[in-house]
Design a protein. Structure first.
Length: 160
């Protein structure tokens, strides 16, 4: 497994489209980026994962993600709402978030950057484009960028 300077990389993908999730998993494999890809289906499940609530409360295998790939259009709690909550939470706001969505709406782009998203990327139209994109994203976030070392408490929360 490819590792950053701190160890293995975990990517948490929040997207309700099962086909898109499968394509991302395959594109990471094709790009020779075998990260630990975790998938949640909506913004509520994303927050439950990050805060270790609900179905994730008792699970021993809920690693803090090194990167979140966030779709905007999801049921229950959409990506905009989830982004706002993650960036407002001092224990979670340091996790890099890349919006990966079909929306090219200027309002969506502006909103996401105002909320503190790290990058906004429109999903490529082809599988080859997705492979290239994920190879670039992976290289940037896990090889080039210096990320803070985050100390976690026994519940997975960030220690201030």
């Amino acid at each position: 497994m490819m590792a950053n300077k701190r160890g293995p990389c975990t990517i948490l993908m929040a997207d309700d489209d099962a086909d898109d999730c499968l394509l991302v998993r395959e594109a990471l494999r094709e790009a020779k980026q075998p990260h630990d890809l975790r998938i949640v289906r909506d913004g509520q499940q994303l927050l439950d994962y990050l805060r270790r609530r609900g179905e994730y409360q008792q699970s021993p295998d809920v690693p803090r993600p090194d990167l979140i790939l966030l779709d905007l259009k999801m049921p229950r709690k959409d990506g905009r709402e989830a982004l706002s909550e993650v960036k407002a939470d001092p224990r979670l706001r340091s996790i890099p978030i890349v919006v990966l969505t079909t929306s090219t709406a200027h309002d969506d782009i502006s909103f996401c950057y105002r909320m503190g998203v790290n990058s906004y990327i429109t999903k490529p139209a082809t599988f080859c484009g997705l492979v290239d994109l994920l190879a670039s994203v992976s290289k940037y976030w896990f090889e080039l960028v210096e990320l803070p070392v985050v100390e976690l408490d026994r519940h997975g929360g960030q220690i201030e």
